[in-house]
Design a protein around this ligand. Structure first.
Ligand SMILES: C[S@@+](CC[C@H](N)C(=O)[O-])C[C@H]1O[C@@H](n2cnc3c(N)ncnc32)[C@H](O)[C@@H]1O
Length: 368
């Protein structure tokens, strides 16, 4: 079967199955999950953009490679010079990778991801486990070369979005009391981003989230890792708490204050995406055959809008009682911008409007 421009041979047990449902576990053997094709599309564009900017051959680690779908796509579809090191502990996954015609750009390893990451340094490290990436994040932060990208996918979205706050506390060492908020998934992305920042700080490194994506049953944060004690302190200063205020709007509060009412944190308080990286990914898109082209293009356009936009968003329908029937989303965005406020769409919510207008500003732009 084809995914993007790559021919993949999923293990036979996969062939009768559709994508796994949210929360459904793989049963006892390495699998190929077509539900992650969009995630891998964006990975191809990310690595292409990053490798071009590096201007030299880069080493990419696919530390939990499964049956190798991501590694095979990267080696086949990224044109810039890369070596992909694909690792998995399960010999059946490794055998599935070896069954492919493997080019010189792919090195296959069989072993525990911690051991694999302990002995080499990489420019891009991808963590795509079943569930939380946190058991592998410290190892990835140590294995990252200066300026490297650590890419962490999570499928335990119930924990990250606050449905299971005790699990969120346990795995991510963060409080999430904002499950009722429409932007609970953004809180989840920021909890994951904050956890990457705190992990890097243990090694006197600074991790800065540069791409934060939630789609279907997965969330993914990519962080750039640099070195330096002062920068590490600055990175930790980028952590915040999120608060649901009395007007029903989300805002950031200092991380060391425990706010009254509903809150979440510590979490990443900076931009969700780096605008320059998103622009480079859009440039890398030129001529690429993706598995989910429409969704990938729509997401990249939204990331561009979101990169400099305020955190969290307003869902206009929720303000109907107080402000009257809401205008269409795009009309509201145009009015807010004309009035001098920041206003942008949100990739996590088709109705969401990111804005710094506050309730009075919204009221002023709500009517005609
Ligand atoms: C979700 S799958 C990876 C899917 C793959 N990245 C893709 O795009 O198709 C997670 C993989 O992590 C592997 N794994 C789990 N714990 C591991 C460990 N400690 N070391 C190495 N591999 C591990 C499992 O064998 C499984 O194949």
């Amino acid at each position: 079967m084809m995914e993007g421009a790559t021919r993949l041979f999923p293990p036979p047990a996969n062939l009768q199955k559709g994508p796994r449902q949210p929360g459904e576990r793989a049963k006892g053997q390495p699998f190929y999950n077509p539900g992650m094709a969009l995630n891998r599309d964006l990975s191809v564009l990310l690595v292409e953009a990053f490798a071009r900017a590096r201007g030299r051959e880069i080493d990419v680690a696919d530390a939990l490679a499964g049956t190798g779908a991501r590694s095979l796509r990267l080696t086949g579809e990224v044109e810039a010079p890369i070596i992909v090191h694909a690792n998995d502990a399960d010999p059946r996954g490794v055998a599935a990778m070896r069954a492919h015609p493997v080019g010189a750009r792919l090195r296959i390893h069989e072993g525990d991801a911690h051991a694999f990451l302990a002995t080499q340094r990489f420019d891009v490290i991808d963590l795509d486990p079943c569930g939380s990436p946190m058991p592998f994040v410290d190892a990835a932060m140590r294995a990252a070369r200066v300026g490297a990208l650590v890419c962490a996918t999570a499928t335990d979205t119930g924990a990250l979005a606050g449905k299971f706050p005790r699990v969120c506390r346990r795995r991510y060492d963060a409080h999430h009391g904002l499950h009722p908020a429409p932007w609970r998934a953004e809180v989840g992305l920021r909890v994951l981003g904050g956890a990457l920042v705190r992990s890097a700080a243990r090694f006197e490194r600074v991790a800065t989230p540069v791409l934060s994506i939630a789609s279907g049953h997965w969330m993914r944060v990519v962080a750039r890792v640099e070195e330096g004690k002062k920068d590490t302190d600055d990175g930790l200063r980028g952590l915040r708490n999120a608060v649901l205020d009395a007007d029903g709007l989300g805002r950031m509060a200092p991380a060391h204050e425990v706010p009254d009412g509903k809150w979440a944190g510590p979490l990443w308080g900076g931009p969700l995406h780096d605008a320059g990286l998103v622009a480079a990914m859009r440039a890398a898109r030129e001529g690429k055959q993706l598995a989910r082209p429409k969704e990938a293009d729509a997401l990249l356009a939204l990331f561009t809008e979101e990169a400099d936009a305020p955190a969290f968003w307003v869902e206009p329908d929720l303000f109907q009682k107080r402000l009257g029937p809401p205008p269409r989303r795009d009309v509201l965005i145009a009015r807010l911008r004309a009035a001098g406020f920041a206003a942008a769409r949100a990739h996590l919510d088709a109705q969401g409007v990111r804005t710094d207008a506050g309730l009075d500003g919204l009221r002023a732009c709500w009517g005609g």
